[in-house]
Design a protein around this ligand. Structure first.
Ligand code: NAD
Length: 420
């Protein structure tokens, strides 16, 4: 997202469109346009050379009418309070669309984690938790990893929280390593959940996914898994890419071999991989290939008013956050592309985070098959709710997803009697 665009203003405009169609009262609309609570704080950290640095931190609880706030913590040099507010709003709509009993939140620290040593990162992570420990909680607000934060950081934060509280509370944070009370199936959950929605989209469109051409932009956690799982499901993955460029083979790429290559690459890239029949392709060319399914799984704002007309994918599965601009949305809708919007398509990650919390609460851990079966049920049901809403209002799926989510949150707020 360009630095000139205020992401929180975008989030508010998206809500405004849904509020109009739903006929929300002015009071309800005004309430849902703002976060319920914010904590702004400073974190002093002693650096390895003995000097001190002070970092700026935030935690925003956007809305908790449907359950404890839920959302990641980012460590990023460009973090701003408005980014955190926007992301916490989107988490509110994401947990509502998959109908899990959680609200939306987000946190952040303005820092460049790549310039910090492991010991400095640990002190910063523990310092963050000391600031928010009494603001969050397993029954109030549950953080998770996000950009540049990891399962190791979650473990330091959990340890600090339990030290402060003097008791064992693994459900206060999710995205933990499996041996530290994490859930099986979290690693590929976002991609797997997205592919369940692609399967449902293919059903309603009457398309066969077996052997169908698919292009995946981004070969990281989400895109790499999407390509591998799609390949295992029998799709023909004709193109993949990452920050180093892309590969195209109209007869289908050997995804297990590319994954093994990326695994060995020092920066986990597909760079340097060769196979017969595969040629180099740019990230922009990949987006315009004649495929049945296009999976943007890297960056935001890659499908714009400039290239939307040339996009040939019938199903656009937005595993990345915000890959399509609002102008491009309208163009894609008019030309009949079926967009599975980001906060539905990539909700598999938060859904399995919720399963992690449930397992922590029971102190009883599910086998992988159970996690995946429950994920499938959640994603399929959410897909149908959005598809039916789009049909009802003759609109595109993104607005339909907002209509489903905003209505659920507004109903909870009204039933509690906060605002009518
Ligand atoms: P990641 O860092 O593991 O992978 C990102 C991928 O994008 C890498 O392959 C990288 O090389 C590629 N990339 C970076 N810059 C690029 C460029 N200029 N052109 C093309 N490719 C580029 O991140 P991830 O966890 O896979 O997240 C990808 C997207 O999915 C993000 O938008 C993220 O917000 C979203 N998402 C992730 C999760 C999750 O569970 N990880 C959940 C919901 C949404």
């Amino acid at each position: 997202m360009s630095s000139k665009v205020n992401p929180f203003e975008i989030a508010q405009h998206q809500l405004d469109d849904a509020a109009k169609i739903l006929g929300l009262s002015p009071a309800m609309h005004a309430f849902l346009r703002e976060p319920m609570r914010e904590l702004h704080f400073t974190i002093p950290v002693q650096m390895d050379d003995g000097s001190y640095q002070t970092f700026q931190g935030f935690r925003v609880q956007y809305n908790d009418a449907r359950g404890p706030a839920k959302g990641g913590i980012r460590f990023h040099p460009d973090e701003t309070i408005d980014t955190v507010r926007a992301l916490s709003a989107w988490m509110t709509w994401k947990t509502a669309v998959v109908d899990i009993p959680l609200g939306g939140g987000k946190g952040g620290v303005v820092c460049d984690p790549h310039s910090l040593s492991q010991t400095e990162l640990e002190r910063l992570s523990r310092g963050y938790m000391r600031r928010v420990a009494y603001f969050i909680g397993a029954e109030k607000d549950v953080p998770a990893p996000d950009v540049y934060t990891t399962p190791q950081i979650m473990t330091w934060m959990l340890d600090e929280y339990e030290t402060i509280m003097g008791r064992h509370v693994p459900g206060v944070i999710t995205g933990k390593p499996v041996p530290m009370f994490g859930s099986l199936g979290r690693g590929d959950a976002t991609a797997r959940g997205g592919l369940y929605t692609v399967r449902e989209a293919a059903k309603v469109l009457g398309c066969d996914l077996m052997g169908a051409p698919v292009a995946v932009q981004g070969f990281g956690n989400v895109g790499g898994w999407a390509a591998r799982l799609g390949y295992d499901m029998g799709m023909k993955i004709v193109a993949v890419s990452d920050v180093s460029g892309g590969l195209h083979n109209p007869n289908g790429l050997n995804i297990p071999a590319i994954s093994a290559h990326a695994e060995r690459h020092p920066k986990k890239l597909i760079e340097g991989y060769r196979e017969d029949g595969a040629t180099a392709i740019t990230n922009n060319e990949l987006l315009e290939l004649p495929v049945l399914v296009l999976v943007p799984a890297a960056l935001e704002n890659v499908i714009t008013a400039e290239n939307a007309d040339r996009i040939k994918g019938k199903i656009i599965a937005e595993l990345a956050n915000g890959p399509t601009t609002p102008e491009a949305d309208e163009i894609l809708f008019k030309k009949g592309a079926y967009v599975i919007p980001d906060f539905l398509c990539n909700a598999g990650g938060v859904t399995v985070s919720y399963f992690e919390q449930v397992q922590n609460a029971y102190n009883f851990y599910w086998p992988l098959e159970e996690v995946q079966a429950r994920l499938e049920e959640k994603m399929t049901t959410a897909f149908r709710a959005v598809h039916e809403m789009a049909d009802l209002h003759k609109t595109h799926n993104r607005l339909a997803a907002y209509l489903v989510s905003v209505k659920r949150v507004a109903d909870a707020v009204a039933t509690r009697g906060w605002v009518k």
